[in-house]
Each structure stands twice: as structure tokens, then as C-alpha cells.
Design a protein around this ligand. Structure first.
Ligand code: PRX
Length: 631
């Protein structure tokens, strides 16, 4: 990546037209109001939505850090994402425009979306899915994935979406933790002109975790696959049954009932099941989307993430629908068959807001400007970035070549745990390339030292959030203790994000990166421990350590150090086999960039691998305090 961001860089100001048309024109005034009385602020936003019964209390902090929001309130996120639109002119507005990688396309109005979701919700009920169950979804980026998520929510079942780029062990571990009885998948999905064999991976995962009683398979590619009698059903067969009526009542849910569980990587090998709820998450994603993307009736919004990650949950599926927006979704790779694929679709569908990751931007930037310049991108009015810090070079390219210096870039900092945007500009905010700028409404963000005191302007420290917010995770599934220690353990009353950051003299926040054993590869979050346990599951491996090192395109890449079992030969073929093995177990994104065979690993006296030392050595940097090193 290019040079580090310049905190004193000049501001980029939005045009007068953007300011005049923005929903929020005075950030400072509303921010002050929101943090002076957060409960009044959030109650007002919640009041814009439909509730079967209003809440008794906006925030219940009696069992902090197990905060509850809108307690006593009854609603269902689907009431606001679908049902209420059917009573307005939104009924016939497009909710979803979709294009497959081979070029096929489908569109769904809110009316059609309701039909598809209701039919599938009835199917799930007929298979015995009940309120509170967790259904695992492992699918390509196709409309049925959205229907499946919404159908679960509608009947009060939690969904656990496993990213389609994950593989056998990652899927099996998540099925096991959630104890899912129903799995929804597809015969495959298209990626770079090839088929990803999701059902084959699902079969292997189901054989490792036999909790699945019913597996529903969407026919996407038409390739021939194995279907187990009595367990596997075709989606199209099920929704053609009389049971799949297009009428299905939306289950009334307590505001604090689980909406979904989404597994994410942390410091141990076992992924954490992050829990989000119907009430608070609904209000939070609705509000943040509305203000940050300044959503207008005529917008065509495209979040290019995968629905399998939090970005897709919040900002492909839920927030746009709650806001009655039109969302575009694309199945495949940005550069297939050519690097103009995205720009061609921006032009074809008249996309006005594009939200993507620095990795995707860097990946397209390397093909030069000509691919974008061939297309009319004048429909764009706002751009967004998420997942990792955006380096100024990529920012400038995005701003100039894609946005033609007209479109402000919303660099949104947030996490699976936060549910929605936390630190982000609004369209009216003066921008500095590489900074997510300032906290959003109701969010008190700061950068502190080891003792929890704010650091001086420009100094590096820990990023913390000093007050609860409605979209926050409620707990880690089946592990409340880990929730408490991991996020609130260090300072007691401050949420620890796990990131390091700086705050400059203008109060702008610059996120630097993870400070724990989480590696951001192409914006995807992976745990070193997950990669290490995948390596150790190979018969030749005795011990392994994984670290992340800077990578020009991916932000970070995974480097592994492996101690082989006695008598095993170190050679390139084995290194390649191990890389493939990690890819098979976790997924292609986790495949190590490089594997080095070693005879020992730097460890503390208590036996913990000192990844920090490995990282410093690999980069030729000072190794720091080695007093705890064993040898
Ligand atoms: O390190 C931060 C980085 O992504 C982490 C959260 O990852 P995940 O839970 O997968 O969610 C990603 C999508 C919301 C954060 O701890 N991160 C996310 N957005 C930004 C970012 N780093 C810098 N700038 C961002 N805009």
C-alpha cells in the first residue's frame, strides 16, 4: 500500500447541491442533541417505525453490560422491512434488482418480495422450524438467500448465515454451535466463470455435524449434485406445494428477541456467535442508513458486499428494506469477464450509491482508468467504503475516476458486533482521505491508553465506545462470559473495539487496524487461531502459527510458520498441500500466502505463541520486549 494517511491533509468539501439536498445538514447540532439525551433521540427514531406495542423503556442498563433496548416493545423487523410498505405506494416499487454473473437478471417489487418470503416462510414452518430455532444458510449471492433470511425473521426463527466463500470445517463448526436442524443451500454459485460447489461442501459438513434433518437446495447452476432422500429437498419443489401459500402472518416478537446470529472470528479458534435482536438492530440500521446514505425515494443503491457478512445483513438486506429503498445485488466477481463489469452495471441500472471495500477498489484500480471511463457513471451521487482502512491512493482513485470528484465517500467504520455504522461521515461532512471522520448520532467514540484515559491528539491508542447503542450485540451465543470479558473486561464501562486508532486535532478518527489476533484479509475477518487449527488438523503438522503481513491488494495476507511432525520431509509440494488444506477447511480466503517450515516457534513461558515477534521478524522490525520469551 502507499504511504500512510496524512492527518493534516486538506479537506474535501461536498458541493452546495449535496449540502442543500441532505437529510441532515447540521451534524454538530443533531450530534449534541443525540448524546445529551440519547434515549429521547432513539425513541424519536423508533417512533418513525411500526410497533405492535410500544416499549416501556428505551434503555435498560440494570444488568450492564447486558444492555437491553426498547424493552416491553413488540414488533418484527419484517413488519418494517416488508409489511408496512405493502400499505403504501412502495408496494409496487422495486425492492431488489439482481444480476447473476452469467448476465441473467431478476427484479422483485415489495409486493413480489412479500410473496416469495411468505411462501418460503410457510415451507420452513412445514418443516418444523419454530420461533427461536436457528436455521443455517449457506448460499451464493442470489435472491433466494435474501428470501431465506427474511423468511426466518418473519416466523421468529434466527438465521445463521455462513458466507458462501467458507468451506467444510467453517460451516460444520457453525452448524454445530447453533445446533441447526435446517440448512438452506444451493447446487452451486457462479464465481469468475466457475461453479462453487456449495452442496458438495455442505454434504461434507453435514456428515461431520449430523444435526441437520432437512437441507433445502436452490437450483442455481443446474449441475448434477447428490441429493439424499429424506433429507435433501429442492427449493422449487417445496415452494410449489400447496403448503407454500403466499399468505403468512408475521410473528410478533419481543424487541429483545434474537433476529440472527452471525459468527465472526475472534482470538480463539472457535468463532463467536454474535447475537442481534429485532428491536434495537432495526432502529439502528434504519437510522444509520437513512442519514449516512441520505437515502432518497429515487435512489438505486448497491452494496457490493456479500449478504453472508454483517455488511450484507445490515446494508444489503435489512436497512435498505426498512427504508423502502431499491437495492441492487450482483452474484459474481467484479472483474468477470472483464474489469468493467461493475461499471457496466452502474450504467445499466443507474446506480446512485455504491458501497464497497478498499480491497475491491484496489483490485479494480490496478486495471487502470480506461475500464471505468468507457461507461457513463453520472448516475452516482454517493460512494461508500467499509471493512478496513482505505489508503489515500485508493481513496483518490475512487473519488476521482469513479465519483468524478462529485461524490463524497462515506468511509464507514463499524463491526459485526456493532450492528451498524458507528464512525462515519455524512454527505455534508468535510472529508479527509483515510479517516472515517466522526462518530454518528448517539455514539461516543474515543481513543484511550492502557488505563482508559484519552490520549493526546494524533497519538495512537485503543478505540473505545463510551455508551451503549441500540444496534450493539447483546451477547455471544452460549458464552455470556466471553462477551463480558472480551468487550467490556478491560475498562468496565467502555466497549473495546479491538482496533487501534488516532484522533487528530480536528476530532477526526483514523482507524489503524486490529490489535488482537484477528487478520483482515481483503476486508474479511479471520482469526489466526482458526488458520492454525486448520493446519494442525493436517496429519503432517505438529504445530503452527499464523500472522498477518501487509499486502498491496488484500490489505493483509496470511503467513504461516509450521513445525512438521518428526520424520516428515519439508518440501514445496507439502507447503502447497497445506495451503490447499486450509482452503478446503476454512475457505479460499483463508489460504495462506506463504508457509515457512521452522523447527521452533517463539513462545512465552506459559506456552503462548508470540505472534508479535514473528511479525516483527518477518518485517525486519524491532522485536520489542522479549522478557517473556521462553528462549
Ligand atoms: O478493524 C476494523 C475493520 O473491520 C473490523 C470489523 O470487521 P467485521 O466485524 O468483519 O466487520 C466489517 C464490516 C463492518 C473493525 O474492527 N474496519 C471496518 N470498517 C473499517 C475498518 N477499519 C478501518 N476503516 C473502516 N471504515
Amino acid at each position: 500500500m502507499d504511504s500512510s494517511p496524512n492527518q493534516d491533509a486538506e479537506f474535501f468539501y461536498p458541493s452546495q447541491q449535496i449540502v442543500d439536498n441532505a437529510i441532515i445538514q447540521d451534524y454538530e447540532a443533531l450530534y449534541k442533541q443525540s448524546v445529551d439525551d440519547p434515549q429521547a433521540f432513539w425513541a424519536a427514531r423508533a417512533n418513525e417505525l411500526e410497533w405492535a406495542k410500544k416499549w416501556d423503556k428505551v434503555l435498560d442498563d440494570s444488568k450492564a453490560p447486558f444492555y437491553k433496548w426498547f424493552t416491553g416493545g413488540v414488533t418484527n423487523i419484517i413488519t418494517n422491512a416488508i409489511d408496512r410498505h405493502l400499505k403504501t405506494a412502495h408496494k409496487n416499487k422495486l425492492a431488489l434488482i439482481w444480476e447473476g454473473e452469467p448476465g441473467d437478471s431478476r427484479t422483485f417489487s415489495y409486493f413480489a418480495l412479500n410473496r416469495e418470503v411468505s411462501k418460503f416462510a410457510n415451507v420452513l414452518k412445514s418443516l418444523g422450524v419454530r420461533k427461536g430455532d436457528i436455521v443455517t444458510i449457506y448460499m451464493p449471492r442470489i435472491p433466494e438467500m435474501v428470501f431465506a433470511m427474511l423468511a426466518c425473521a418473519k416466523i421468529g426463527a434466527g438465521h445463521s448465515v455462513v458466507y458462501g466463500g467458507f468451506s467444510v470445517e467453517a460451516l460444520a463448526a457453525r452448524i454445530e454451535d447453533a445446533q441447526s436442524k435446517v440448512l438452506i443451500t444451493a447446487d452451486g454459485g457462479w464465481m469468475r466463470g466457475k461453479i462453487v460447489n456449495l452442496k458438495e461442501i455442505a454434504d461434507e459438513a453435514m456428515s461431520r455435524q449430523p444435526t441437520i434433518e432437512s437441507c433445502i437446495v436452490v437450483k442455481r447452476t443446474g449441475q448434477s449434485i447428490y441429493m439424499e432422500a429424506g433429507r435433501d429437498y429442492w427449493y422449487h419443489d417445496l415452494i410449489s406445494l400447496p403448503i407454500a401459500s403466499p399468505n403468512c402472518p408475521t410473528e410478533p416478537m419481543d424487541a429483545e428477541d434474537m433476529l440472527f446470529i452471525l459468527y465472526t472470528s475472534g482470538t480463539t479458534g472457535r468463532p463467536k456467535g454474535i447475537i442481534h435482536t429485532h428491536g434495537g438492530y432495526m432502529v439502528y440500521t434504519y437510522t444509520t442508513f437513512k442519514y449516512v446514505f441520505d437515502i432518497k425515494e429515487e435512489d438505486r443503491y448497491w452494496c457490493a458486499a456479500d449478504p453472508g457478512w454483517i455488511t450484507g445483513h445490515s446494508y444489503i438486506v435489512y436497512a435498505p428494506l426498512i427504508n423502502g429503498a431499491t437495492s441492487f445485488m450482483y452474484e459474481g466477481a467484479p472483474n468477470h469477464p472483464y474489469p468493467n463489469r461493475w461499471w457496466q452495471m452502474v450504467e445499466k441500472y443507474g446506480i446512485s450509491i455504491l458501497y464497497t471495500s478498499p480491497t475491491a477498489i484496489r483490485g479494480l484500480m490496478r486495471f487502470g482508468n480506461a475500464w471505468a471511463n468507457r461507461h457513463d457513471l453520472s448516475s452516482l451521487r454517493l460512494l461508500g467504503s467499509v471493512g478496513e482502512p482505505i489508503n489515500p491512493e485508493a481513496w483518490r482513485w475512487y473519488y476521482t475516476v469513479i465519483g468524478k470528484e462529485r461524490c463524497p465517500i462515506m468511509d464507514t467504520w463499524w463491526q459485526t458486533e456493532t450492528g451498524g455504522f458507528m464512525i462515519s461521515p455524512l454527505p455534508v461532512t468535510p472529508l479527509k482521505p483515510g479517516s472515517a471522520t466522526k462518530p454518528l448520532f448517539g455514539i461516543i467514540a474515543d481513543v484511550v491508553n492502557e488505563e482508559g484515559h484519552p490520549v493526546a491528539a494524533g497519538e495512537e491508542g485503543y478505540l473505545v465506545i463510551k455508551a451503549p447503542w441500540p444496534g450493539m450485540l447483546r451477547t455471544i451465543y452460549k458464552d455470556p462470559e466471553r462477551y463480558q470479558t472480551q468487550y467490556w473486561g478491560k475498562y468496565g464501562n467502555m466497549y473495546q473495539a479491538g482496533d487501534s486508532a488516532r484522533k487528530d486535532k480536528d476530532g477526526y478518527i483514523w482507524v489503524i487496524g486490529r490489535i488482537d489476533d484477528v487478520i483482515k484479509v481483503s476486508g474479511y475477518r479471520l482469526g489466526t487461531a482458526e488458520v492454525e487449527s486448520a493446519l494442525v488438523s493436517h496429519p503432517s503438522v505438529a504445530e503452527a502459527a499464523a500472522i498477518g503481513l501487509p499486502h498491496e491488494l488484500k490489505g493483509n495476507a496470511i503467513y504461516c510458520y509450521v513445525i512438521l511432525k518428526a520424520g516428515v520431509d519439508k518440501n514445496d509440494k507439502l507447503a502447497e498441500e497445506l495451503r490447499q488444506h486450509v482452503g478446503h477447511e476454512i475457505g479460499p480466503i483463508a489460504r495462506p500466502e506463504h508457509i515457512t517450515f521452522v523447527d521452533s516457534l517463539p513462545k512465552t513461558r506459559s506456552g503462548k505463541i508470540m505472534r508479535r515477534v514473528l511479525k516483527a521478524r518477518a518485517q525486519g522490525l524491532p522485536e520489542g520486549d522479549l522478557s517473556t520469551l521462553e528462549e
